[in-house]
Write a protein that binds this ligand. Sequence first.
Ligand code: SF4
Ligand code: SF4
Length: 467
Amino acid sequence: MIQVLRDRLKGLKVFSRGIHPPHRKKYSESLPIRAYIPKGELMIPMVQHIGAPCEPVVKAREEVVFGQKIADVGAPVSAPIHATVSGKIGVGTVCLLPSGRRVPALPLKPAESEALPANVLEDFLDRDWDGVDPAGYDPEAIVQTVREAGVVGQGGATFPTHFKLRRNPKTPIDTVILNGCECEPYLTADHRLMVEAPEPIVIGLQLAVRACGAERGIIAIEENKPDAIEAMRKAIAGRPELDVVVCATQYPMGGERQLIAAVLGREVPSAPLGLPLHVRVVVVNVATAHSIARGVVKGKPFTHRVVSVTGGGVVEPGNWLVPVGTMFSELIAACGGVKPDVVKVLAGGPMMGPTVPHLDVPVTKGVGGITIMTEAETAHWQESPCMRCGRCVSNCPLYLSTTKIAHAVMHRDYELAEKYHMSACCECGCCSYVCPAGIPLAQYIRAGKNQVRMIAAQKKAQDKKAG
Ligand code: SF4
Ligand code: SF4
């Protein structure tokens, strides 16, 4: 609370509640992005976005070229998948996602020569966008091209971006907010992209504004990234419809609801039915905006993303431009491997990133970081009975009755948990972080949500069987 008042006095954008964990960005925040050229076989999961899974449009043993579409599906909420290197498609299989979920996948063996263009990094970080006029693009064509380029939200949600950008007269949009907060501790991929390639991010924002018929675009960045703030301010010069705002370093500032509340003072109606578009806003991640510009202006599909490999447990942290499908094990080996006192490897940051089941999992479109933590960096709490201090409730950014939901889940009373709005929980982890009794509230709630999803899927399957 005191920190929020201090930030408000400094003129920073803040939202109510939330927490202020240590940033721990020092490992990789100043390291330039490097290209990673995969050596071994890649694994391309058919599930890389929220919505309908893709199906292969290529055959086993087919030779494919870099950027060729290899999987797609006709559903509206979906995005195609492209070959992230030139090479040979293997026999369809099943792979583990970093979350531990098993999904269909296509192996892709890189070609022995020219699997990737030699200038892949220069091309990705290309800063020469002079003369590009986003106003000259047809809004419908932008949406269609963004879909064909396979662009999905890169802040972790992996929602197909074209679906967000479609115009709907019933829900007009006035503002697009670019999320450059990267509020998860440790992660620095978005930060580096803003510093090293601000121009395409700005073009992507202008295209998003045009596609959804908004009047303005705002780039929101946390104050702990002064070089990114400066780079983005320079890049928007001469564009009066764009602005850069500085947000407090507050977690989860990158959550859509918290960001909209902080930047515009608008409250998005309760989840799961309330959405940013109900307050005339679309939120897009900065890396997603970069992909929009590349897809629409340069015709380049989503094949690569920037991934931070960071934490006290990795020998040589870095920010890497990685082809989707590269195995964690390979990328970590390129960083010199892990130190002996490593206790866990996370896909993402420590607040929301799942602990990976093992290192033979692929980088997907939604993975912005691999955090490798040592014993010393990990909090060890002996779980003890709730002392009714109320911290979990007073720090929940969504004003949920965290203890009541967790209790209901512990007693497997999912109906009661839903009455307390369990499905509105964004799994930010603030409640677990502040609990002095070491109760993993967010983990209980996540487990409860998974159970409810499973029960619903089983019921659907039974109903289908029954005719
Ligand atoms: S994990 Fe859910 S219940 Fe816990 S603080 Fe975040 S939104 Fe609230
Ligand atoms: S923070 Fe922990 S100890 Fe305090 S009320 Fe919540 S569950 Fe109980």
